[in-house]
Design a protein around this ligand. Sequence first.
Ligand code: AMP
Length: 292
Amino acid sequence: MSDGPQLATTRADLAAARALMRGPVVLAPTMGALHDGHARLLGAARTLAGPPGSVIVSIFVNPLQFGPNEDLDRYPRTLDADLAICARERADLVFAPTAAEMYPGGRPEVTVDPGLAGQRFEGEFRPGFFGGVLTVVLKLLHLTRPAIAVFGQKDAQQLALVRRMITDLNLDVVIEPVPTVRDPDGLAISSRNRYLSAADRAVALALPRALLAGHAAARGGADAVLAAARGVLAVQPALDVDYAALVDPGTFGPAAPGPALLVAAARAGRTRLIDNVALVLPAEGAGDAAHH
Ligand code: AMP
């Protein structure tokens, strides 16, 4: 039985611990309030690091990615419980800095521009979000110098943009995606789910149901997928839908035949949910043929 991960709260402590670490080093960036989805992420990191390697979990609620009317102050912070989960998943080091430690000069002048794909969907509903995300991910990669970093497929647009940043800025790290973990009722697990009342949760379930219906209609083509998903959403008007769309998994532009993502975001009560499902769209015309 190990006695749990080492905790570093300053860049200096992180650098000292990192210098002694054995590779491969795997980084799992999080905002804390860890749940079973994060546990899967940490488990994947542990497997990728192997017995000789090291797992670093970062826990940082990044102010740069929250809009002025978002839930920065309300975001759950549960460090003791998080450390217990990191111990259970055999992480070696937890880096949990303060905002002042990450941004000693306040808001940084120089940030990462997420480009066109960062303005679509989440970027449209949360202006500045992906610039904040990519900036902190880049900083964390520099501070921890991992061989591998793990990201959840639940945040598919974030995953796509991180990969694009790695390519466009020539970063020397492998990005490993981790499948979305769901509760038994189908809802993708999220730190924000704890704000859902029982009634909100019943409303929220229309989101995974819509994705499932869209997925089941994939052989009928793009129009059939969207009609099926929107049909499910329409019977739950209490769910306030920001978007439901079929996109190319890399660019988040319009989907083409082949691998695609059905992405959706909606609000149940005051809680905003995002989710997605991967599917394969048939070649042009094949969808119509499937109906005859
Ligand atoms: P967060 O703490 O919400 O910023 O998430 C940290 C990482 O965990 C991100 O890469 C997320 O995509 C991933 N993650 C969050 N929820 C889940 C889930 N339900 N299943 C798998 N990965 C998740």
